[in-house]
Design a binder for this molecule. Structure first.
Ligand code: HAM
Length: 418
């Protein structure tokens, strides 16, 4: 074939799209009950927005960004994630002047030049949420509980919620030293990227995907064991509140996030049905990012759900085959005109109505009504037009109801069954 989607990108077509709609609608409903408002942000930003926040030594910035020069010679990047772009908007529009917590959500595509594989794409969609202005760990628990509610409301079960703390600026030096002592002894076993990271940001070695590095870093000291008293207190309260809200979770001291901006709480939700790309959602706190973007010191916490990871998990459970309420099958030109009027009248009442514009045999029209999954069909021929009456057929129950050709009668019959 001459033209195909680019590697790692995919078309989302009906009937699969109805699963996407189902997830988005369920998420919106829950966001509303928690007081989150939707925001829509641009798909590209100045490259600096991502380098500053995600971190120069992260895999995303080092290897995965779609960065290019625009015609005005500015370096722009297709957003690899939503949080940095969100914080840019938060500071730009002084959203911190609103009462805290300010709560926002977004849905849209992200771009990472990763090696494509099952459940890993170069353009993928996230549903993300960010809550700003509150340092209290009750907010962390509320956010994780909201995520859990979204995932269970779409029918996802058996997920593993892992939480940890990755500390703050005051606990990191202690952990960094312990980590360097541990990794330094076997540095020869690591890839060249990790050897470089050892000096600049040894924490990033914990996120390297090279198998030899994964093996060699086993048993390395976790930040959780090196927390300062403030971070430790925050983490203990978080797990207490999660228990209070009955959010099932496990503490994983080795949980590593691929983004540099996190402070304190970090979490990940995984499914065992996705192979190596098991993370369906992830997030954490980022209490210093707003200040780094030039705003007043403001705490933040959020998460993002990966759509391509959850759609396959619920696809079969959702009735993806939707069909029209009514299919009108005219057998001659006069019937086609009457049918055309009826179609538009019923559509303006909110029904999904299809009509055959090309007049074909009764048999082929009925076959089509079946194929597209119409709930009802009506045949309009010479007799129907003359007598101003017709028979509406329920395609699943095979039940027939006589009616006049007044659209209100059609509406009554179709609505009385739905
Ligand atoms: P992240 O862990 O990089 O976090 O991505 C969140 C989720 O996006 C992952 O758990 C996964 O489900 C999905 N995802 C990531 N990369 C891919 C890919 N290549 N193909 C398919 N799905 C993918 C963030 O992006 C943070 N911004 C989350 C956050 C919000 N933290 C605080 N606020």
């Amino acid at each position: 074939m001459k033209y195909q989607t680019l590697k790692g990108l995919q078309d989302i077509l009906p009937p699969d799209i109805s699963v996407w709609h189902h997830i988005e609608a369920a998420a919106r409903k829950i966001f509303k009950s928690y007081g989150f408002h939707e925001i829509r942000l641009p798909i590209m930003e100045s490259t600096d927005v991502f380098i500053r926040s995600i971190g120069e030594t992260s895999d995303i910035v080092e290897k995965e960004m779609y960065t290019f020069e625009d015609k005005g010679k500015r370096s722009v990047t297709l957003r690899p994630e939503g949080t940095a772009a969100f914080v840019r908007a938060y500071v730009q529009h002084h959203l911190y002047n609103n009462p805290s917590p300010q709560k926002y959500y977004y849905m849209g595509p992200m771009f990472r030049y990763e090696r494509p594989q099952a459940f890993r794409y170069r353009q993928f969609y996230q549903i993300g949420a960010e809550a700003m202005g509150i340092e209290d760990p009750k907010l962390d628990a509320e956010i994780i509980s909201m995520l859990s509610n979204i995932l269970s409301s779409i029918g996802l079960e058996g997920l593993n919620f892992e939480v940890t703390s990755i500390g703050c600026k005051s606990c990191r030096p202690d952990h960094k030293k312990a980590l360097k002592d541990f990794l330094g002894k076997k540095l020869d076993n690591f890839c060249s990227d990790c050897k470089r990271r050892y000096d600049v940001n040894p924490l990033r070695i914990l996120d390297c995907k090279v198998p030899a590095c994964i093996e060699s870093r086993k048993g390395s000291p976790a930040v959780l064991d090196h927390l300062c008293s403030e971070c430790s207190d925050h983490f203990n309260k978080l797990t207490h509140y999660l228990e209070l809200l009955k959010v099932p979770h496990t503490v994983n001291p080795n949980l590593v996030r691929g983004l540099d901006y996190y402070t304190k709480t970090a979490f990940e939700v995984s499914s065992k049905n996705l192979g190596s790309q098991s993370a369906v959602a992830a997030g954490g706190r980022y209490d210093s990012m707003v200040k780094e973007f030039g705003g007043p010191p403001t705490a933040g916490i959020g998460f993002a759900i990966g759509m391509e990871r959850i759609v396959p998990l619920i696809k079969d459970a959702i009735a993806a085959t939707e069909g029209p309420d009514l299919m009108i099958c005219p057998l001659n030109d006069a019937a086609a005109e009457k049918g055309f009027q009826l179609t538009e009248q019923l559509r303006s009442e909110g029904l999904w109505v299809e009509i055959n514009h090309e007049i074909t045999s009764l048999k082929s029209q009925m076959r089509k009504a079946n194929r597209i999954g119409a709930q009802y069909s009506v045949v309009l021929g010479e007799d129907e037009i003359k007598s101003n009456s017709a028979v509406i057929k329920n395609m699943t129950e095979k039940e027939e109801t006589s009616t006049t050709l007044d659209f209100k009668d059609f509406l009554r019959i179709i609505r009385s069954h739905s």
